[in-house]
Structures are given as structure tokens and as C-alpha cells.
Design a binder for this molecule. Structure first.
Ligand code: MIC
Ligand code: SF4
Length: 648
């Protein structure tokens, strides 16, 4: 039978289950990646598994998120990560070497392999033909220990790209067009497979811009075929021998097919505060901008930075604009330093930023009050920039650089109308220097793991009680992101210290939540979160489940939930429940006493509907409990760590 790309990769990695959309399957993981903000907890959990050496083909630990080091915490965490990597057979990419997804694409990605990463933008690897999935740190820890990764066998959407992009329009505009069509809601359980004659007009990093922001659609991952373009990119990275061709069979079946004519795409902008709030750049012309930032794992490849440098050559950014540029990797920074492009960027008046996540995760560069910021990254959630009143517009590097020069948001094809679009030529050989990637120790027994005072233990949890006697401790609306649940930015440095980090749960939504929830927990009352649509969008941070668990949250009742967050809730023993009738959401109020009888027994016996009693309003309603048998046992045990230690 003719197979699509997704079926081919999944079939080659299937450990259990049937390849039928909607079924639970388990797949073997070839490679893992972690970053420092999620990594410390992932490795603390890995250490509890008593595995002497990772069992994957390749595991890499990157330091790219918490590099500000305004205090000892980050530096302590980095040293912990470095020593853990040395001991357990993991490569360690030091701070300054670049953003995990970009470095992984450049130096390690292999078509047809599976990659599990503790970061939601791991699907960037789909640009080189990997089946690359984001997950919570605990799932990544299990994969490093040799365990399979469980997921719902996806449905596949085929997106055919035709023709080629016009000048001053680029890959970011393609994915913003897809986001405009499919939005951030309702795509859970799908994978996007790109194809069509337009694919060969896009180099691997451009494809990676597209798969990167698949995360914002909420799909499990996105994947491009591996063709001659992939081969040439890998040859230029000195890794030609790792290339394999990977194409779908002619006549392969898809759940849905979408056709996009690249030549019709125009420059796009995702307006505040959601990546799917997309408009044409030309409609926003004239909006004064205060800040423009180029960088992040979405748009900081050699191609992107060269484009920016060429567009800036001999010009100056608008005097009122603060303009920053962060290369996505040290490889890119070295190359633009050597070829003089960096000088063009600096001469134009740019602030050169470190090759890290930086501004994208709210570490520095917070805009002014009510500021307008144009950025090339992938998320513009309210407050993520560090300034609650700021408005962040997501664009391509082309639109960003035009706006930096103009001082206002502008369609780059209009601003550069008289200027030749710089043609990009991939270098025959990228600058290869992996000296900031440390190899594991030759004698692991000699390595002593460094644990500074910021490193706590992973918190433990009790099994699910027989019944839930709880209280609605917070009621939130639609599209609550993991940034709302667990703020990043200046709070990020407490990631390894759950007690401390837990005091910031829902900080920006309801600053008293953590205190209230902890008090209820201490009185033996179970905390319940009530939410609207797409609860838990965005980041993969398992802290958005782990910290609520620590505060005694036992259940989330939502209209719908995102994939990674749902999996994290289960991993930390919180039961994800969906309103059978969404209108019941309206009947609940903060403070309502809520009861679910025999929850533990019902979970274990496979009940798919549960009755919830609102003791305050004396009403009852039903919720859907669509969990697999394995997930039920995990929740009943109080989380994956309890479940694994019980079954070992
Ligand atoms: C993000 O973009 O939100 C992050 C920071 O990279 C997160 C991971 C984290 O919270 O550490 C992600 O996307 O998963
Ligand atoms: Fe880093 Fe931003 Fe990419 Fe997350 S989205 S990995 S914070 S650059």
C-alpha cells in the first residue's frame, strides 16, 4: 500500500499499537534534546531511573534559555547540566553555542529519525525530514532511559506548496498564511506533511521556519520530505554521509489536502496577542514601531541574518527604533563575523544580542510601556515580552528589517520596491566548529554531579484519592497558555526549585492563586482548575502541570486542551476532563465546592463519562474522561514517576 512520509517513519519506529489514526501508539526514540529551562528537571527525573547511560542513539543537552545569570541560579544549573551530561553519555552544548533547535538542525538532524525534545518547538527538525516532537521533560527522561514515547497515532494533512515565493516574501509568510487558514485551535492530533513542486525552492532552514511554527497550530509535528536540497544542506554541514532520501509513495493517502500557491503569498503579520491573528503587512502600514528584534529559533538562520545584513548595507535604522539582532547559532555568528555582514548590521545601528532565546522568552529587551514591538519569533502572547501593555507583531525578517528602517510597520515589497531582492546562496560549506559542544566523559565514574542550592528534588505526589472533594480554585477563559500558568522571563531561573516556582502559578492572571491553593491543599481540599478552549497552548514546560500538582490540583475541567499540556497533566497525576456539554462551563464559579465520587475506581474501570456534582449550586453535569488504559493507571498512581517505580 502507498504510504505517506509520516506512516513510513512511524512504521519504522513502532513499538506497540496499531497505526490507525486515533489509536495510542508507542514509538522508539532515536534522538533527544533538552534545553536548560526544562532540562534540569528532566535530568533530575532521569537520575531517579538509575540508568547508567542514555540508551538513545544521540542525546544533546543545550543551554540557550536561561543565560542572563543575574544571580547564581542559572550558572549553578548550567554546571549541574554539564556534569550530568558528562556522566550519562549526553552531548552538552554550552551557553553561547546557539538555540537548541537551530543547532540541532545544523549539526545533528538526520532525515527519517525520531527526535523527542523537552521544548515545544522541537518540530523544527521536521525541516530536515525528522519526525520531531515536543514533550514534557519527564517523557524525554523516559526516552533517554530507553522507554518508548506514547502518542496518539496522528491524522495527516498534506499541504502542497506550488510555484515559488515572490521577492521580499519568505518562509515565515508561508507559515503565517497556514496559521491564518487553520488557526491555533482544533488541530490537536494532526501532523502536517509538506509536499509539492514548491518544496524544492525552499532551503532546509526555510523549511524549518515553517515546521517550527507548526507548534503554534497545535499539531503534533510537521515534516518535509528529504530531497536533494536536504542532501546539499547536509553536505555543506559536513554531514553528507548521513543523508537519506525520504519521499512519500505516489498515491499515498491523506486525511485532508490543502494547496497553497507560493507566488500568491504576500507579507503577513501576526498581530497581538496570538500567532493566528494574521493580517497582511500592507494593512498595517504606518503603525509606528518602537522596537524591532530579529532572532529566535524561527528566524535566525544564516539565510535570515544575511538577508537582514544585505538589506541594511549602507543604511541606518530609524532613530526612534531600538533594533536588535541575535544569530540563532554560533555557526551563523562566526560566519557573518568573518564575511563582514556583521559590520553592516552594526554600522546600521543594531544592538547585537547573544545567540540565545533571549528576548523571545522575555529575558531582556522588554519593550516600553504600551510599546509596539516587531519581532521575528513565533509567540506574541500577552506579557511574554516582559511588558504587559506592550504589543508584539510577528513578522518575517524582511518585514522586520523594512520596519526598522522605516520606523513603522511596512510591507517590505513596498519599502524596498526599488531595491533588488538579495539572492541567497547557500555556502558550499558552512563554518564547522563544534568546540562548544562537550563530549561525554570517558570515565563516567569519575564525574561528580554538581548540585548548587537552586537544585531541588523532583516533587512527589500521592496516588489519586478515592473521591475528589474540591473547590474551583480558579476559572479561566479560552486560549490560556502555559505562559499564563507558569510565567517565564525573570521567574525562569526558579525552574529547578519547585517550591519556589510554585508560588508564581497563574501570577499574571490571579496573583493570589498560589497562596489560596496552597492553603486549601493544607486543609485537605482538592484544587480544581476550570478552563475554556485550548487550555495549555504554547510551551511544553511541564512545570505548568508539576507546580499545580505541588499546590494540590487534582483535576482540570476544560472545554478543550492542547496535546503536550494534557500529557504533562497526566504525567503529574492531574486528571484532564472535558465538559460533555460546553455550556456547563458557565454554571461554575470560583469557590464552588465540586465533588467527583469514586474517581479512582472509575478511572481504573475505564469510565469514559464522569458525573461532577456542584455542591454549591446543587447541580450535576457530565465530563468526558477520554484516557487510554495506560493513562488511567498513571493518573491513579499519582503520576508517571510513581507508576514507573511501581511497575519496575
Ligand atoms: C517557549 O518558547 O515558550 C519555551 C521557553 O521554549 C518553552 C520551553 C520552556 O518553557 O522552557 C517551549 O516552547 O516549550
Ligand atoms: Fe527559545 Fe523562543 Fe525558540 Fe522557545 S520559541 S526555544 S524561547 S527561541
Amino acid at each position: 500500500m502507498a504510504k505517506n512520509l509520516v506512516e513510513k517513519i512511524l512504521e519504522a519506529h513502532l513499538v506497540s499499537g496499531r497505526l490507525e489514526p486515533g489509536e495510542e501508539i508507542a514509538i522508539r526514540i532515536d534522538q533527544t534534546l533538552t534545553q536548560d529551562a526544562t532540562g534540569t528537571m528532566a535530568y533530575l527525573q532521569f537520575e531517579t531511573m538509575n540508568v547508567p547511560k542514555v540508551k538513545t542513539e544521540l542525546s544533546v543537552s543545550y543551554v540557550d534559555h536561561n543565560t542572563l545569570q543575574d544571580g547564581f541560579e542559572n550558572a549553578d544549573d548550567h554546571r549541574y547540566l554539564e556534569t550530568v551530561a558528562a556522566k550519562y553519555g549526553i552531548l552538552y552544548s554550552k551557553a553561547g553555542n546557539g538555540i537548541c533547535h537551530q543547532v540541532h538542525l545544523e549539526r545533528f538532524g538526520v532525515p527519517g529519525k525520531t527526535l523527542l525534545g523537552s521544548d515545544s518547538h522541537t518540530p523544527t527538525g521536521g525541516g530536515i525530514g525528522m519526525f520531531a516532537v515536543g514533550a514534557g521533560g519527564l517523557d524525554v527522561a523516559v526516552a533517554m532511559g530507553g522507554g518508548p514515547f506514547y502518542l496518539t497515532c496522528p491524522r495527516v494533512i498534506r499541504v502542497n506548496l506550488h510555484n515559488r515565493l515572490r521577492p521580499w516574501v519568505s518562509a515565515k509568510d508561508v507559515i503565517l498564511t497556514v496559521l491564518e487558514m487553520l488557526t491555533t485551535k482544533g488541530n490537536v492530533g494532526f501532523v502536517i506533511e509538506y509536499g509539492g513542486d514548491g518544496v524544492r525552492t525552499l532551503d532546509v532552514p526555510e523549511r524549518a521556519t515553517i515546521t517550527n511554527m507548526g507548534a503554534e497550530l497545535g499539531v503534533t509535528t510537521s515534516v518535509f520530505p528529504s530531497d536533494e536540497v536536504t542532501r546539499d544542506f547536509m553536505v555543506a554541514q559536513g554531514r553528507g554521509e548521513q543523508w537519506v532520501e525520504l519521499l512519500p509513495d505516489p498515491g499515498a493517502k491523506y486525511d485532508r489536502v490543502i494547496d497553497i500557491d507560493l507566488s500568491e503569498i504576500v507579507p503577513k503579520v501576526a498581530c497581538p496577542h496570538s500567532p493566528d491573528n494574521v493580517r497582511n503587512a500592507s494593512e498595517l502600514s504606518g503603525l509606528k514601531v518602537d522596537q524591532v528584534l530579529v532572532g529566535s529559533c524561527t528566524n535566525a538562520s544564516y539565510r535570515d541574518i544575511m538577508l537582514v545584513a544585505n538589506a541594511l548595507k549602507g543604511k541606518r535604522v530609524h532613530p526612534r527604533v531600538s533594533f536588535g539582532v541575535a544569530c540563532g547559532s554560533r555557526q551563523v555568528l562566526q560566519m557573518v563575523a568573518q564575511n563582514g555582514a556583521l559590520a553592516d548590521i552594526v554600522s546600521a545601528g543594531a544592538r547585537v544580542l547573544e545567540s540565545t532565546c533571549g528576548f523571545c522568552i522575555g529575558n531582556g529587551q522588554a519593550p516600553q510601556t504600551d510599546g509596539i514591538s516587531v519581532r521575528t519569533n513565533n509567540r506574541n502572547f500577552e506579557g511574554r515580552s516582559g511588558t504587559r501593555s506592550a504589543k508584539v507583531y510577528l513578522t518575517s525578517p524582511e518585514t522586520a528589517v523594512a520596519s526598522a528602517l522605516a520606523g513603522e510597520l511596512i510591507d517590505p515589497s513596498e519599502w524596498f520596491a526599488d531595491q533588488q531582492y538579495p539572492t541567497y546562496e547557500r555556502p558550499a560549506r558552512f563554518h564547522i566548529d563544534d568546540s562548544m559542544i562537550l563530549q561525554p566523559a570517558e570515565d563516567p565514574d569519575q564525574v561528580e554531579i554538581y548540585r548548587g542550592p537552586n537544585i531541588g528534588d523532583p516533587p512527589s505526589n500521592d496516588p489519586m484519592p478515592d473521591a475528589i472533594h474540591g473547590e474551583v480554585s480558579i476559572k479561566v477563559g479560552d486560549k490560556i497558555t502555559t505562559d499564563h500558568i507558569m510565567p517565564a522571563g525573570p521567574r525562569l531561573k526558579y525552574r529547578s526549585n519547585i517550591k519556589k516556582y510554585s508560588s508564581f502559578v497563574f501570577e499574571g492572571v490571579d496573583p493570589r492563586f498560589a497562596e489560596r491553593a496552597a492553603a486549601a491543599r493544607d486543609k485537605g481540599i482538592h484544587n480544581i482548575i476550570v478552563a475554556g478552549l485550548s487550555y495549555g497552548q504554547g510551551s511544553s514546560r511541564e512545570h505548568a502541570a508539576m507546580c499545580p500538582m505541588y499546590l494540590g490540583v487534582k483535576a482540570v475541567l476544560a472545554k478543550s486542551m492542547e496535546r503536550i499540556h494534557r500529557a504533562n497533566l497526566i504525567n503529574f497525576g492531574i486528571v484532564p476532563l472535558i465538559f460533555a456539554n460546553p455550556a456547563d462551563y458557565d454554571t461554575l464559579n470560583p469557590g464552588d465546592r465540586v465533588e467527583i465520587d469514586d474517581i479512582r475506581q472509575q478511572l481504573l474501570s475505564g469510565a469514559t463519562r464522569l458525573t461532577v456534582r456542584n455542591a454549591t449550586s446543587q447541580t450535576t453535569f457530565e465530563v468526558k474522561c477520554d484516557l487510554t488504559d495506560r493513562e488511567r493507571k498513571i493518573v491513579a498512581a499519582g503520576g508517571l514517576l510513581n507508576y514507573t517505580s511501581k511497575s519496575m
